[in-house]
Design a binder for this molecule. Structure first.
Ligand SMILES: [Zn+2]
Length: 424
């Protein structure tokens, strides 16, 4: 889907030349490389997450092209001197409403125009979705691109709020105009910080059956680890409010209900490190597996699944105050093949209606263990195999989608989804 397509009348549309489309498609690929289970059918949220994440990266990365941003906003010269080099922009062009409507926050304008019969319209302009706490529950918002837009809107709404606040704090010239270059610079800075948060959030998300609320907690934790004090620009508070306004609530377990940050691992004292080598544990999957196995009961890992350590990655991040944050992100997945009759015994879940005791179910659990710079467990963020309601919901979803009895190929799913969407 990365090349071009023909419109009914008119020249071909070269999707391979669109910044938005390249960023979107590449994000799918990178995300899949980091968290391969997110393409598996699981829940409306997980399918939508891939789409939303790809759009968020595409939208925020445009801001690294500062000339493009300036051109998209529109500029005016200082009124009293033609020779002045200061570029200005009228207040009315940078109100939250004007920003939301601008071409800047739309995805794939040319493709949008082509599939909308030449009307000047982006393919998606999610930020224009007004906040609504009920939308996530509506059946029509289960489709993945549509549902993904709710996630995009939550982030971009927060982006516009913070950017606008920072623009307002700038001084104005005669006629209430702002210095365009400063406006763009603030936007670029903010987009870069927000994009980094959105990507780093993945380190603090469970590797299976992700939902929007867990992603939110991952996002807030990623930022908290690097910038403990949020009082200056209130990024986290604004993001939390924005997600809430779109009906995305924090996970009911595992995170602080005020700040939204994941709680640190509570039973750290009870873990056994004696058989594991600290240093090897931070880069060797076998060594990390040994640690998991020795501590499986405290970590809530079931004996019933096949456990795989998917990755052990070192992470080094530089905070705004020049302090390095060193962590190791270890990802494991548990897989169990069970019969419907074993749902209660293995998954701690009631067998959903429509699923027979003889149905074969492939169930997953998994977690991310974040080690601090000393190789000690700091966070354990998991959706365990014995997941109760989460597992029951997943089985019911697969059963309703007709996916319980067949293996879906997650990767080709995205290509066909994009094509279907374009054909409208
Ligand atoms: Zn996509």
């Amino acid at each position: 889907m990365f090349g071009y397509f023909y419109q009914k009348d008119g020249p071909p549309v070269f999707t391979c030349l669109s910044h938005d489309i390249i960023a979107h498609e590449t994000s799918h690929a990178i995300l899949d490389g980091l968290r391969s289970r997110y393409t598996a059918p699981s829940s409306p949220d997980q399918a939508a997450f891939h789409e939303g994440f790809a759009d968020i990266v595409a939208l925020l990365s445009v801001f690294s092209l500062e000339d493009v941003v300036a051109a998209a906003l529109g500029e005016e010269r200082t009124p009293d001197s033609q020779a002045s080099n200061i570029r200005l922009i009228a207040k009315r062009k940078v109100t939250p409403d004007a920003i939301k409507k601008s071409i800047l926050l739309g995805i794939a304008k040319q493709v949008g125009a082509a599939v909308n019969g030449g009307r000047d319209q982006a393919l998606r302009q999610s930020v224009q979705l007004a906040p609504d706490t009920k939308r996530l529950q509506a059946a029509e918002w289960e489709q993945e691109h549509k549902r993904g837009e709710i996630l995009v809107a939550s982030i971009m709404h927060a982006f516009v709020e913070i950017w606008h606040a920072r623009i307002k704090a700038l001084g104005t010239f005669k006629g209430g105009k702002y210095n365009l270059d400063l406006v763009v610079e603030k936007g670029a800075q903010l987009a870069d910080q927000l994009l980094t948060m959105c990507i780093r959030a993945l380190d603090y998300c469970p590797p299976t059956d992700l939902d929007f609320g867990q992603y939110l907690a991952g996002l807030l934790t990623a930022d908290f680890e690097l910038v403990p004090d949020d009082s200056r620009f209130r990024y986290r508070a604004t993001i939390l409010e924005s997600f809430k306004a779109y009906g995305i609530s924090l996970p009911s377990e595992g995170c602080d209900q005020t700040t939204g940050i994941w709680r640190g691992f509570a039973e750290a004292e009870e873990l056994t490190y004696s058989r594991s080598n600290y240093d090897a544990m931070t880069h060797d999957r076998d060594e990390f597996f040994r640690f998991l196995w020795d501590n499986r009961r405290i970590l809530g890992i079931s004996d019933r699944g096949y456990i795989e350590v998917v990755s052990v990655d070192r992470s080094i991040r530089l905070g705004p105050d020049g302090i390095w944050l060193r962590e190791t992100i270890c990802q494991y997945v548990e897989t169990a093949h069970i019969f419907g009759a074993e749902t209660e015994a293995v998954l701690g879940a009631k067998r959903p209606e429509g699923v027979s005791s003889k149905d074969h179910i492939e169930a997953f659990g998994g977690g991310v263990i974040v080690l601090d710079q000393y190789g000690r467990v700091k966070y354990h963020i998991a959706n365990p195999l014995r997941g109760g309601k989460r597992q029951a919901d997943r089985i019911a979803y697969l059963s309703n989608q007709g996916l319980l009895r067949k293996q879906a190929d997650g990767r080709s799913r995205f290509a066909s989804l994009h094509l279907k969407r374009m054909e409208g």
